[in-house]
Design a protein around this ligand. Sequence first.
Ligand code: PMP
Length: 439
Amino acid sequence: ASARSRSKHLFNRAKAVFPDGTTRATVERDPFPIYLQRGEGAYLIDVDGSRYLDLNNNFTTLIHGHGFAPVAEAVVDLLHSGTCFANPTEHEIALAELLTARIPAMERVRFVNSGTEAVMFAIKAARAFTGRPAIARIEGAYHGAYDWAEAGQGVAPDKDGWEPAPVATPAYRGTPPSVAKEVHLLRFNDIDGLQARLSAASDRIACVLIDPMPSRAGLMHPEPDFVKALSQTARKHGILIIADEVLNLRQGYAGASARYGLNPDLVTAGKIIGGGFPIGAIGGREEVMRVFGTADARPLLSQGGTFSANPVSMAAGRAAMAAMTPHAFERLEAMGNRLRSGLRASIAKRDASFSVTGATSLFRIHPKRVVPREYRDAYLGAEATSLMRGMSRHFLEKGILLPYGAAACLSTAMVDSDIDLILSAFDEFLEAETQSGKE
Ligand code: PMP
């Protein structure tokens, strides 16, 4: 690979204008970020002219990869005829019709500009509907930057290990202490903890916020009994369920909740439904979504947003989603299955201390022999973190951009040879690892 001299130069320029040189905390730098020139289908081309297979796809947003022609065609006319208005357009209805027709829990929908905003309004809607202030959420899961949604996302063990029952801690210094008091943490796949926690504070909890396969917490499968217990316990106490599908809506034509048997009252979406443009959506049961209604003078919950439902995001999203036919989802899933079983075969062949989680077009490699069931199992200490950084570096040398510590994803722009490339890069990495382990 090149010395990436142009990226290095750009990073030096960026340091003068951005704190720490970047404008998103999630930008990976090793030691500086790779600045991109452009994307091309499944590939990225950086400013130094190197090409990489993109397994990040802007954190799982670009389900068709880069420069998808139907999206470009859908937005190019809009660029000349007006990109945002105070008045509504037909574009928003068309995207809403597509989503409500596919996703069972989305009887009604509202559009916003990001996943963070979608989660924020879903929580507010649950509060407005129930009249309760608190939320319950899964330890270690990522739900964007609303104060209550982020309290408890970055929990770490102390020197004596993990507290048996997790306690929400503020995400940043200066957070009002009341925030953490109104956040109850649950451990993923822990039925007893879930029942105890929800029962103990049921009169204050408006909702359980849950990603059906929390990616940053480990991209683990929800166990069917846990899903069942969650539904039963929440119903019993009048607590709403918010399924955060900002990332996992890509798991199927009807989304992730439908796939895993979860029956939420509210669903949040984002990423893929904007076709590469900013978007978020809150959907849900008609009765609950009525909190947004303005029919009776003042709504229970007012939700606006200068760029909400702008025609560019709406039309791009519609074009991207229309191309995600049941057949397109099946093809992606088949590619994902081949990839995950290939990775597992490499691990088994070398008896390596690794495991793989994920489903459909998503996967995550863990430096752990036992497949994680919850955040604590997937949590990486300093040594494992540096091992995973080394793995990303190895992939980069093989021309693959593997997000470090986050879910990796496939796109419809990929073909079988791209999967082979990933498999051989991983097998070579394991070979080098097991060799060095023997020395
Ligand atoms: N919820 C989940 C599950 C997410 O994965 C993300 C983004 N990674 C968000 C919320 C926040 O979305 P955004 O970055 O669009 O604000």
